[in-house]
Design a protein around this ligand. Sequence first.
Ligand code: NIG
Ligand code: FE
Length: 396
Amino acid sequence: MSNLVLTNIGELVTNDHSINNGQLGIINDAALVVDNGVITWVGQASDLDAHTSTKPMDMHGQSVIPGFVDSHAHLVFAGERSHEFAARMAGEKYEAGGIKTTVAATRAADDDDLRTNVSRLVDEMHACGITTFETKSGYGLDVETEQRSVRIATEFTDEVTYLGAHVVSPDYAGRADEYVDLVVGEMLNACAPHAKWIDVFCDRGAFTVEQARTILSAGMSAGLIPRMHANQLENLGAVALAVELDVASADHLTHLTDEDIAALASSNTVATLVPGAEFSTRATYPRARDLIDSGAKVALATDCNPGSSYTTNMPFCIAVAVRDMKMTPAEALYAATAGGAQALRRTDVGRITVGSRADITALNAPSYIHLAYRPGVPLVKHVWSQGNTIFSTQHN
Ligand code: NIG
Ligand code: FE
């Protein structure tokens, strides 16, 4: 028995390359069938009758896309830093040190405060069409709060990242190597059972390339899969390490050399770009065009965090990527769906194909191009996760 059928889809974005219709594998006048949370049929609406007995939902000729896959977010924290943002907009520079303000607030919060904040942000993500998201620890920087953070994160997503190496803990000021020992020792032991990924912020004011190597290697030995914050503030040479360790994703990449781009292009490492961070820190945007033209795999993510990118709005990130990073609307949508899935090494999400999870976002627009063409307009109309409604603008 089918549990969800959509028809009269004006434009269905499948990301299926076997459909010979551009990078997005678009089917016009489409329909789809979902059984038990999985897509079981995709095709022309005129062929639907033969494939279902369930009453279809009419999409009124509008666009339907895969749910967004947000492969980089920091949702477990307390407090906010709007004053820091206002100071930046008045000319102050963004530095990694602001993270410590959030560390103090996060340590002081109890589990329920943290849970409530994550839940609020997850609701925002759903309303913006995101159906899969990664989230990190990194605002505890002591064993207890880092472990609380990854544990609470598992209540919301399978894609949990241990980021004890966000910055050197204020408890270890001037003793970075001792803090690294904690990160790869007691803290890793406490967090690894709750995490899938390990991440490190390899940058000015955070960790060196050699420290990052130590941290990622220890995480990998503990069974975690590596990913990196690389080259946001400065180019310390993090990309070469990312490629050497075959990390799933190198994120930010605000400062890249031609050699970095060539290295990423000939690697499995996804280049995850987070335009919300450049927007909110008034930094120059990464070289998305050069990455794509050289053949690198590119993802777009929100980087939702209270310091450098306090947004859960993937359509906003797409609009900025198109306007300011010279990505085409198709490249940006692909990066925010299939690209994010690649950055999380997931093959079951980020596409609308037979056998994929029924994670689907319906738009109040005839084309996905409107995501960039109508910046800031809430175009997400209905969102399903495994065939179940997680957001809808229609009131029953
Ligand atoms: O991804 N770059 C490091 N971490 C965050 C910023 C965290 C903060 O400022 O609180 C980021 O941009
Ligand atoms: Fe980040």
